[in-house]
Design a protein around this ligand. Structure first.
Ligand code: PLP
Length: 383
């Protein structure tokens, strides 16, 4: 793996060695069940409560408002289905470019009589606060708009959306899976009622995440059983994973500002050089209001999946970013939603930078992209 340049951090990140170290004792040293009242149980429970406080500091909430889950997908499902089951109203507002975890949870509610409004986005990928305002009805139970998009990196105006929702008395959920740990998130400042985040997107372990639910929000559990997590998520907690998530949150808080600055510089360098050196390219997503680590570019005449495979041969790991699973050949709905024609939408790749990415990686990547793109265009003679 020495010669690999990993630019798929939006899919998953390497676990920080400090996080691994914090997790290790909870596998075979402090292995008690956190619900047990004996000393081994208490040690495990202490780890949960320490992590709860660490994550709470990352998003500025009370630790009692954190529910540990198996990751972003479960948190999104719990937020949407949980509020829909516990609240009056049968209307949910979301956007066309949400992650499948949100979209599928909404689709499932249609069968239960819910009406879903999918807000469109502009060419940069942002929803309009005015559209949201106009879509709220007395039946609206929940608004779910992601903090940052996983494909194109565009940041949504969540503070503005939060203010509208609070004023209209509607609960606001945000999927902050791509943003948390990378940019500052403050649920109090932004009037957020529910928020999802996932450990493996910011150098924590896979299979662990949280749902923040403000104490006033009525929520029904998805998983029933022993009543862990205040009855909102039964099942013995993933203690090592949760301990890791806590430390990843602490590290993110300490390093976020300098890391975001460093990544923005590398990101802009990568974007500017590709756009300048390769004709027939365009940036997808907002030029400024985007995640520090996200680059998404369309290359006329170069099919994204083929390009990704050719770059893999050079040791460069990128993704098309247009499908939730690499097995899926579905239409790149996020790119279509921002108005890209189908052909160009299929000709895009996502490069997502991370803690390990260096200026040298950017140089090598630009060189590889230039030569591979030229080779493919020559072969296909489409361009
Ligand atoms: N939401 C967004 C925006 C994501 O990017 C992802 C994962 O890519 C998820 C939710 C799902 O998170 P997890 O992999 O932790 O289930």
């Amino acid at each position: 793996m020495e010669n690999i340049i990993y630019l798929d951090n939006a899919a998953s990140t390497p676990v920080d060695p400090r996080v691994v170290e914090a997790m290790l004792p909870y596998f075979s040293q402090y292995y008690g069940n956190p619900s047990a009242i004996h000393p081994m149980g208490r040690l495990a429970d202490e780890a949960l409560e320490t992590a709860r406080e660490q994550v709470a500091r990352l998003i500025n909430c009370q630790s009692e408002e954190i529910i540990f889950t198996s990751g972003g997908t479960e948190s999104d499902n719990l937020a949407i289905t949980g509020v829909a089951s516990a609240c009056r109203g049968n209307h949910i507002i979301t956007s066309e470019i949400e992650h499948h975890a949100v979209l599928e949870a909404c689709h499932a509610l249609v069968k239960k009589g819910f009406e879903i409004t999918y807000l469109p986005v502009d060419r940069s990928g942002q929803v309009s606060a005015q559209d949201l305002q106009a879509a709220i009805t007395p039946q609206t139970a929940l608004v779910s708009i992601m903090a940052a998009n996983n494909v194109i990196g565009t940041l949504q105006p969540i503070a503005e959306i939060g203010a509208i929702c609070r004023k209209r008395g509607v609960f606001f959920h945000t999927d902050a899976v791509q943003m948390a740990g990378h940019l500052s998130v403050d649920v109090k400042r932004d009037n957020i009622d529910l928020l999802s985040l996932s450990g493996h997107k910011f150098n924590g372990p896979k299979g662990v995440g949280i749902l923040f639910a403000r104490s006033e929000v009525p929520l029904s559990p998805l998983i029933l059983g022993g009543g862990q997590e205040a009855g909102l998520r039964s099942g013995t907690e993933n203690v090592p994973g949760i301990a890791g998530l806590g430390v990843a949150s602490e590290i993110a808080m300490a390093e976020m500002e300098s890391e975001a600055k460093r990544l923005c510089k590398l990101r802009d360098d990568l974007i500017n050089r590709i756009l300048a050196d390769i004709p027939g390219t365009c940036l997808n997503g907002h030029p400024g209001k985007r995640l520090p680590n996200n680059v998404n570019i369309s290359f006329e005449g170069i099919e994204g999946e083929y390009f990704t495979k050719e770059l893999s041969k050079q040791g460069i790991c990128v993704s098309t970013g247009s499908a939730c699973s690499s097995e899926s050949h579905e239409a790149p709905y996020v790119l279509l939603a921002i108005g890209r024609e189908r052909e160009l939408a299929n000709c895009s790749i996502r490069l997502s930078l991370g803690k390990m990415t260096t200026a040298e990686d950017v140089n090598k990547t630009v060189a590889a992209i230039c030569s591979v793109a030229a080779k493919i265009r020559k072969q296909t003679r489409v361009w």
